[in-house]
Ligand binder design. Structure first.
Ligand code: ASP
Ligand code: MG
Length: 464
């Protein structure tokens, strides 16, 4: 079970976590928890690391002090015995001291080489704090529980800020260090989001990466199920912050949920589905405040022929336009390289269309790349394209990608017609049906995104 930042951020949420764990502990032979940092803590740590890189000592010290106050206030409110509480206080202080040391080291090298690996060590402190708090809370309630840092357990590549775990190497370490604990009936509380390179340098798995940790761990221990506890009722037919009428989707296939996560449903980390799908491990998304509700179940639905659209998402992307036609391979290469260098992820999906006189290419900026990614990628890309005569005529502009998701769109051609009919006043720059055949993406101007989303969601509601 993985508990997200909003499910561990307050005393009320932690009380829920405790009752859920006590209840589920009696139903399953073995239980393993993965936790995120308290809500907002990772943002603060990223800010601290930036300030350290700029040499702003007062800035990162202020953040460390705020984080200390927040965590201490939280454990003050929790029903902990005095031994647990003072041990926790000492842990919190030690972790934040270490964080300050790392920031100090970064501030000292300002103007010189930027130490990317220190950034990840700073940013991962939030999960290490949260794991200790939750393990203490469980111990206080008679469970054998231990907080575990994953820097030496989840082995990743060295793409700092957006690393990918190496499953075979991780499995070896898990067999050696984690399985024996499970056999001894311990409930490990594991840090989400963080890993380490083969040489032990701390890494992080991209924003929202605790989901990915849960997925990798479940594959490595052959889990029966993975449950993600959040503060929403499940996967929704649209982002409820944008569409208040959005509803819970009871069941999704791995393909559908992978498209949903990739195309912007912020509740799941997009790369977490791959490993689960390969091993056919069911995934449940549940609301920590309504544990009796079924939430969303993601599993193998490949035999089901469903006609309904289930969800619609909106995500930011960059479009590239040129008033000429020709091979797109050079552009694709430049885009991929630039994305990898600026935001640490490849241009996994590219939507393109050409006529004899125009070319258009568009790619997604994954939400795991963080909120500044779109701007950074655009400026870097513009810069790159200008320096090459063959690419100077390309224009880079932000776009929105609206994706409708539902089982097997191609089996029901009428659906695609309906989608277009519902979008009459939206200018569509390009379209693509996903090869999984359960998604249709429309590239639109950013100012049209909201109305496209609303109209497609209305179509989902009408068809139910
Ligand atoms: N705490 C990390 C983040 O905010 C990871 C996570 O929440 O899954 O991105
Ligand atoms: Mg999340």
């Amino acid at each position: 079970m993985k508990f997200g930042g909003s499910a561990v951020g307050t005393t009320a949420a932690l009380t829920q976590v405790l009752s859920i764990v006590l209840h589920e502990r009696s139903r399953w032979d073995r239980l393993l928890l993965v936790v995120s940092a308290l809500e907002g803590v990772t943002d603060a740590l990223i800010e601290a690391a930036h300030l350290a890189q700029l040499g702003n000592r007062r800035g990162y010290r202020r953040i460390a002090a705020t984080l200390r106050t927040r965590h201490l206030a939280l454990i003050e409110e929790l029903p902990l015995g005095s031994t647990e509480r003072s041990a926790l206080q000492a842990d919190i202080d030690r972790l934040l001291f270490d964080m300050l040391d790392l920031c100090q080291a970064m501030a000292n090298t300002t103007g010189g080489k930027v130490l990317d690996d220190n950034v990840d060590a700073v940013v991962g402190v939030g999960e290490r704090l949260a794991a200790r708090i939750i393990a203490a809370l469980l111990r206080q309630n008679k469970l054998w529980s231990v907080a575990i840092d994953t820097t030496d357990l989840i082995v990743t590549d060295d793409v700092y800020g957006n690393a990918t775990p190496n499953i075979p190497l991780t499995r070896e370490r898990i067999n050696k260090h984690l399985l024996p604990m499970l056999e001894r009936d311990i409930v490990p509380v594991i840090t989400g989001f963080i890993g380490g390179t083969t040489t032990g340098k701390p890494t992080t798995l991209g924003r929202g990466g605790s989901d990915y940790t849960a997925s990798v761990l479940s594959v490595c221990i052959d889990a029966d199920e993975v449950w993600i506890w959040a503060d929403v009722d499940g996967m929704m037919s649209a982002d409820p912050r944008e569409i208040p009428e959005a509803r819970v989707i009871p069941a999704l296939s791995y393909e559908e949920v992978a498209e949903l996560a990739y195309f912007g449903a912020r509740i799941l980390h997009s790369r977490m589905i791959g490993p689960l799908r390969q091993e056919r491990i069911p995934l449940r998304i549940k609301n920590v405040f309504k544990p009796q509700e079924p939430g969303t179940l993601i599993h193998d639905l490949s035999t089901l022929r469903s006609q309904a659209l289930k969800a619609v998402t909106s995500i930011q992307g960059l479009g590239l336009t040129a008033e000429r036609s020709g091979p797109l391979s050079l552009i694709a290469e430049i885009v991929d390289e630039t994305l990898f260098n600026t935001i640490g992820s490849h241009a996994d999906v590219m939507i393109s269309s050409q006529s004899s006189t125009h070319s258009f290419v568009c790619f997604v900026i994954p939400t795991s790349a963080g909120p500044d990614a779109i701007h950074t990628a655009q400026t870097t890309l513009e810069e790159r394209l200008l320096h090459q005569p063959e690419t100077q005529s390309w224009r880079v502009h932000p776009v929105s990608i609206i994706t409708a998701i539902g089982a097997k769109l191609d089996l029901f051609p009428g659906l695609i017609g309906e989608i277009f009919q519902s979008l009459r006043d939206v200018r569509v720059l390009a379209i693509a049906q996903g090869p999984s055949r359960c998604s249709l993406s429309l590239v639109v101007e950013p100012q049209d995104a909201d109305s496209a989303l609303l109209q497609l969601h209305q179509m989902i509601l009408n068809s139910a």
